[in-house]
Design a protein around this ligand. Structure first.
Ligand code: MG
Length: 487
């Protein structure tokens, strides 16, 4: 019995050894095989960071020619990457522009257009849930996803960013003037009074689906957003991540922290842009410190042109004519920089005709993501432009205000069929013979050359009619509002 018992014991020990060996082997196999997809994931899964300024004009950065706004970090980002001179937001105001960026589709296709221009505190819906967002696309590929900042694609619970592919959200559901402060501008001639508006709803600050503050101190927002972006990067440094950092600034009311306020020769607007520049510098530094820079594509852009109505609290479109809410160039052509050390060559300027809608398609290509089926996309893949392998880009760009097609561009030619000075009480003007500009030769749209170019007018008129008839807009989401008692 003893021997048997001992034997049994030995057998038990052997069995235990065998089990341990098997466990170790299984563990090793598991680690080996699980590391293959991890390695593969790293190679095919660059981190994506999209930084979106709000109402920053084409001429507002040092590297785009502003004489007194200091933007050393963005200038450096441009010198280490690609600066675009013909990159367009998807629309000339916040909400449709963001819908286009998130979906790669014209707002007139998604229903995110309409009277009132943008989603407001009483909007009943948001970006339709059946739309496939960049965040949903990347989440499907195993990315950690976050939105830090302004959403503006729906503020009722079921349309919040956390329901549209973002794992984490810290920010405001809409613009920073949709609370008790509309503008910080003091000017007796300004059409809207400055200071608090007692009857306005309070501006909420969300963390995921919870309001954590009302009327947050906006002087601290840029710092807090920066911290949030950096924390998200650190938390996810070992796996692919997507961060969409949508600053509330330099949209009015303007607020800078005490370190930046009063420092710029351009006044408060310059202070705010310089603080945003600092924020971008902190993010790029974090990527370098964590050695993630060579596996991260960072895009810096703006949602639309400058809000000229705000006078010196609005930005500048530089040599471009007009601003936000206009189909002239200043409305939607925006400063845009792409940065990816080792992948995008340093100090390159691209004049290719490009759009924020192209980012959806390009990110899909770079991450080998599947594009949505049975969906018309308006973006094209510009990765070969980013990598300096091609200048081939889109040839055509339509310009809409709400559901109305106002102008169309083909190559260097742009024809305006309807024109309107942004935020002017004067009705839009229609042009039986369109105004025609060669905007590569005449970026300020000063010289109408329709009379001397009848063939181009004919071609662009046909293209305009074709574009107009190719889309039947779904009902406007922006015009769906909550019953007034629920405001
Ligand atoms: Mg905007």
């Amino acid at each position: 019995m003893l021997i048997y018992h001992q034997k049994t014991k030995i057998q038990d020990i052997n069995l235990q050894n065998l089990t341990m060996k098997k466990t170790v082997k299984r563990l090793a196999t598991a680690i080996l095989f699980s590391s293959i997809p991890i390695l593969g994931l790293a190679q095919n899964s660059p981190n994506i960071i999209v930084i979106l300024a709000d109402d920053l004009g084409y001429g507002d950065l040092g590297c785009y020619g502003h004489p007194t706004i200091m933007t050393p970090n963005l200038d450096k980002m441009a010198s280490q990457g690609m600066r675009f001179t013909q990159f367009y937001a998807g629309a000339a105001v916040c909400t449709p522009s963001r819908a286009a960026l998130m979906t790669g589709r014209l707002p007139v296709r998604t229903g995110v257009y309409g009277k009132g221009d943008v989603f407001r505190q009483n909007s009943a819906t948001g970006l339709p849930l059946e739309e496939f967002t960049m965040a949903e696309m990347l989440k499907k590929k195993g990315y950690a996803t976050s939105l830090i900042g302004k959403w503006h694609l729906g503020s009722v619970a079921e349309y919040l960013p956390t329901r549209q592919g973002f794992d984490y959200w810290f920010g405001t559901p809409y613009s920073n003037d949709m609370g008790k402060v509309f503008t910080t501008r003091i000017d007796p001639d300004f059409p809207v009074p400055s200071g608090p508006r007692a009857n306005a709803p309070s501006l909420p600050l969300y963390q995921n689906e919870k309001v954590i503050e009302f009327e947050p101190d906006q002087r601290r927002l840029t710092k807090r957003y920066t911290q949030e972006v950096i924390q998200f990067i650190k938390n996810n440094k070992d796996k692919p991540f997507f961060t969409y950092y949508a600053s509330n600034f330099p949209h009015t009311p303007l607020y800078a922290s005490t370190e930046f306020e009063g420092k710029s020769a351009r006044g408060l607007y310059g202070d705010v842009v310089t603080e945003l520049d600092w924020s971008v510098g902190q993010i790029l530094k974090t990527l370098k410190d964590l050695k993630l820079d060579e596996n991260t594509l960072v895009i810096f852009t703006s949602d639309n042109g400058p809000w000229l109505f705000q006078k010196d609290h609005g930005g500048s479109a530089g040599i471009l004519f007009e601003g936000k809410n206009s189909t002239y160039e200043g409305g939607s052509r925006v400063p845009t920089i792409a940065w990816w050390p080792g992948k995008i060559k340093a100090n390159v300027t691209s004049t290719s005709l490009t759009s924020a809608m192209d980012l959806f398609t390009t990110v899909a290509a770079l991450t080998k993501s599947e594009l949505p089926k049975n969906t018309t996309l308006d973006g094209v893949d510009i990765s070969q432009i980013l990598f300096g392998k091609s200048n081939q880009s889109r040839e055509i760009l339509p310009y809409y205000i709400n559901e109305n097609l106002y102008a169309i561009r083909k190559g260097p030619w742009k024809a305006h069929f309807i024109t309107h000075a942004s935020y002017s009480p004067v009705a839009p003007a229609t042009h039986a013979v369109p105004l025609l500009y060669n905007i590569e030769n005449d970026p300020s749209e000063k010289y109408d050359i329709a009379k001397t170019h009848p063939d181009i007018v004919k071609e662009l008129t046909a293209l305009f009619e074709q574009q107009k008839s190719s889309i039947t807009p779904p009902p406007s989401e922006i015009e769906k509002v909550l019953p007034s008692k629920q405001k």
